[in-house]
Design a protein around this ligand. Structure first.
Ligand SMILES: NC(=O)c1ccc[n+]([C@@H]2O[C@H](COP(=O)([O-])OP(=O)(O)OC[C@H]3O[C@@H](n4cnc5c(N)ncnc54)[C@H](O)[C@@H]3O)[C@@H](O)[C@H]2O)c1
Length: 268
């Protein structure tokens, strides 16, 4: 059977590079990014461009059966203006292309920074949105846009609020919200294939000690994480006890929650 063809945005990024071999093992993949992704492997094709351009987004979505949208601007101190193209217009351009081309699945890489100002106790998917900066704020827009297109246009959407997806995590806060590439791929598979799917928000975490996100909705959808965070410490790993409030240790969002924010210029 010919594998489904998916659009995979943000393929040149950190998480994109991690997931690329795992996704091409399951799907035919159209990689997409502003930046080059290097040599292609069998089962891959590549489209380079800016997804904030609706015509380019439509070209990227055409001929696929689902979108895995990782592309975006990620930074603790990003300005509101800088997020407008990558984190607002690109999401909307892609969802609109899905509507126009009747593509019915959308997996959106959101972030734990959407709840970054909460204290790091266990948080469910119902926790109040409490972004820790303009990056987290832009993810709130992306999630809401997915909900709109799911309800109005039947585009089944899975929002994955990623904790930390580094191959090895550097400290105890990230250890409480880490996800492996393999487990993230399992969640993406749920987003592309689970029936039925309307609009769901999940946190993506592997087996983490004292997990901040208990994975309740993901478990209901069939997610069974295989990897243990404790087996993936970076060599310079700093335990929770070594972190201080100056590192943002008392907030879900860590140092993102204590970084100074540039004042927005809302006229542009
Ligand atoms: N890395 C993590 O642990 C983590 C944690 C939480 C959420 N996430 C989410 O996962 C996604 C990927 O994160 P990452 O760490 O790989 O980020 P990254 O910055 O390494 O990669 C993002 C990629 O998106 C591309 N991109 C940005 N704007 C684009 C546009 N307009 N058109 C086309 N491509 C564009 C960039 O060129 C880049 O290659 C992001 O959406 C991020 O919010 C990541």
């Amino acid at each position: 059977m010919t594998p489904k063809k998916i659009l995979f945005t943000g393929a040149a990024g950190r998480v994109g590079q991690l997931l690329r071999p795992l996704l091409r093992a399951r799907y035919a993949v159209r990689l997409c990014d502003l930046n080059d992704v290097g040599p292609l492997e069998p089962g891959e094709e590549f489209l380079q461009g800016n997804l904030a351009d609706p015509a380019f987004a439509r070209e990227a979505v055409a001929g696929t059966t689902g979108v895995v949208h990782l592309a975006g601007l990620v930074s603790p101190s990003v300005s509101f203006e800088d997020t407008l193209d990558p984190n607002y217009r690109a999401v909307l351009s892609l969802l609109e292309a899905c509507r126009a081309l009747s593509v019915k699945r959308f997996v959106f890489a959101s972030s734990h920074h959407i709840v970054g100002l909460h204290r790091p106790g266990p948080l469910t998917e119902q926790a109040t949105v409490l972004p820790d900066g303009f990056y987290g704020l832009s993810k709130a827009f992306g999630e809401a846009a997915c909900a709109l297109y799911a309800q109005r246009f039947g585009i089944g959407s899975l929002v994955i609020r990623i904790g930390n997806a580094d191959p090895q995590m550097s400290d105890g806060r990230r250890e409480r919200m880490w996800i492996s590439g393999r487990d993230l791929t399992q969640l993406i598979g749920i987003g592309l294939e689970h029936e039925p799917l309307d609009y769901e928000i999940v946190y993506g975490v592997s087996q983490c000690p004292d997990a901040i996100f208990p994975n309740e909705v993901a478990t209901r959808l069939g997610y069974r994480p295989e990897d243990r965070a404790a087996d993936h410490h970076a060599p310079n790993f700093r335990p929770m006890s070594a972190l201080t409030p100056a590192d943002g240790s008392d907030r879900v969002g860590g140092f993102f929650a204590v970084k100074e924010l540039p004042p927005p210029d809302i006229r542009t």
